[in-house]
Ligand binder design. Structure first.
Ligand code: AMP
Ligand code: ZN
Length: 471
């Protein structure tokens, strides 16, 4: 199968064809850096990092651009409250952003352009729109004439009459039409500003992404992405500005992730029901948080709770345990074992599982089903490990396949000192040891005892079975 991507613009899964063979230009709307990001904001970050990883795995060279909104009303307010300047607030929270997302194993963008470093380009973009009649000045503000752009509404699939009353469209006395949106905003006394042909002020939100995508990726890009709440007005307005300016298609594929909900409601700063990623990372392993995000298809809603995080922890533990058991067995193997027929059969199974994993990822990045293939791989590894004789070569194949899947999903399977074996895993290993003993496979039984010992699990064989405790 070839890669299919669900495109919000056409509302269909489409075969992915990049503009230039072997290369992908991708733009993901980035955070407004006035505070720590919340765990809902972390969803697009993890999801689109995984999209990028899979495209890279598929052999594409991906140029990945994600902006920082480092000036807007919220930054100005935060600067007031924190008694800092706007650039100080931005640099504090850009630092915090990298500290947090690095832990989630999110690869660095090719570039993270900042609004304040691209002011000349933004002003030039707005001037060009003004020249062509798509923008007009009004008391120091500049607005985009939405109805002049005949395709307005094509991304959100709504007739203009519906959009006009959309609650997210700002209304202002200075606008000629309710649907028009801000490109440039006049500074109030005392506010940070940049000089422009329209007086001192700062850009509106949407114009930054149109300008930055064009500057760093070109007039037309392959993939533009963000959360579903950005479809309207943000992405609709980006399309209008960019296509009005260049007369070309702005982005070929529009991808949007579903919401992360808490207690049945979208997590958001405005509702006040948010948990910052910074705080969640104090209590939960970053790898578990990443695994949790990928356990549901990116377009569906995902619900955050202690129970769903616990499920993710247990699921990931299953994969890690299998991975570590294989490693352990390879390290301690004294002689190799070879059975051609068995070997071929196992290697064939591995190829099938790889195909299954790729088919799922090709199907609009279905990480939830790709994880099912990963579990199956771990299960087969466990079955093989339970056999009396194992081939090191086969074990190495299992190991490299697990590493490959983990790399695509951005997961880490190596143990860290702080990782504890989950109770279920300990029980499963003890059960496996019992079976090995009953089959007189003492080598395997001893191996399991040693493995548990390494994890500080102490076994006591009693007349009524094996008891265990943490040492
Ligand atoms: P914002 O800071 O609100 O502009 O959001 C930054 C990114 O996070 C955007 O792509 C939003 O669509 C996304 N986002 C915000 N809240 C959520 C949520 N609860 N679930 C998933 N994505 C979200
Ligand atoms: Zn944007």
């Amino acid at each position: 199968m070839s890669l299919q991507i669900y495109n919000t613009l056409t509302r269909e899964k489409e075969l992915f064809k990049p503009l230039e063979s072997g290369k992908v230009k991708m733009y993901v709307c980035g955070p407004t850096v006035y505070n720590y990001i919340h765990i809902g904001n972390a969803r697009p970050i993890i999801v689109f990092d995984t999209v990028r990883r899979y495209l890279t795995y598929r052999g594409y060279e991906v140029k990945f651009v994600s902006n920082f909104t480092d000036v807007d009303d919220k930054l100005i307010q935060a600067a007031d409250e924190l008694k800092l300047t706007v650039p100080e607030v931005a640099s504090r929270f850009i630092g915090a952003y990298f500290d947090d997302v690095d832990q989630l194993n999110v690869a660095k963008a090719s570039i993270n352009p900042r609004v304040t470093e691209n002011m000349d380009e933004i002003i030039a973009f707005i001037s060009a729109l003004e020249k062509s009649g798509f923008a007009y000045q009004s008391e120091g503000d500049v607005y985009f004439r939405s109805k002049k752009f005949t395709d307005y509404g094509k991304l959100s699939h709504q007739p203009i009459s519906e959009l006009q009353h959309g609650k997210r469209v700002e209304t202002s006395e200075r606008k000629q039409d309710e649907l028009d949106f801000t490109l440039w905003k006049a500074a109030k006394p005392g506010e940070i500003y940049w000089e422009s042909p329209w007086g001192n002020g700062r850009p509106g939100w949407h114009i930054e992404c149109s300008t930055l995508a064009r500057r760093y990726l070109g007039d037309t890009i392959d993939i533009h992405a963000g959360g579903q709440d950005l479809i309207f007005p943000h992405h609709e307005d980006e399309i209008a500005q960019s296509e009005a300016l260049t007369g070309k298609t702005f982005a070929n594929y529009w991808m949007h992730n579903g919401f992360l909900n808490i207690d049945g409601e979208k997590m958001s700063k405005s509702l006040g029901n948010f948990i910052t990623l910074h705080d969640l990372l104090k209590e939960h392993d970053a790898n578990v948080i990443r695994f949790f995000m990928l356990s549901v298809h990116y377009r569906r809603p995902i619900s955050l709770s202690e129970a769903t995080l616990e499920d993710a922890k247990n699921g990931l533990e299953r994969l890690k345990t299998a991975y570590q058991n294989i490693n352990y067995r390879i390290e301690r193997a004294e002689e190799d074992y070879y059975n051609e027929e068995e070997q071929e059969n196992l290697l064939e199974q591995l190829i099938e599982l790889k195909q299954q994993f790729e088919d799922e990822m090709d199907d609009d990045f279905n990480t939830a089903n790709a994880i099912t293939a990963f579990y199956e791989l771990a299960k087969r590894a466990n079955i093989y490990l339970a056999s009396e004789w194992v081939s090191i070569q086969v074990l190495r194949e299992f190991l490299s396949m697990m590493s490959l899947f983990a790399e695509v999903l951005g997961l880490k399977l190596e143990d860290s000192d702080s990782m504890r074996l989950a109770d279920d895993t300990v029980n499963a290993l003890i059960e496996e040891r019992q079976i090995a003993k009953s089959e007189h496979n003492f080598a395997r039984a001893d191996e399991i005892r040693d493995l548990l010992k390494e994890k500080d699990i102490v076994l006591e064989d009693t007349a009524h079975g094996t008891r265990w405790r943490r040492g």
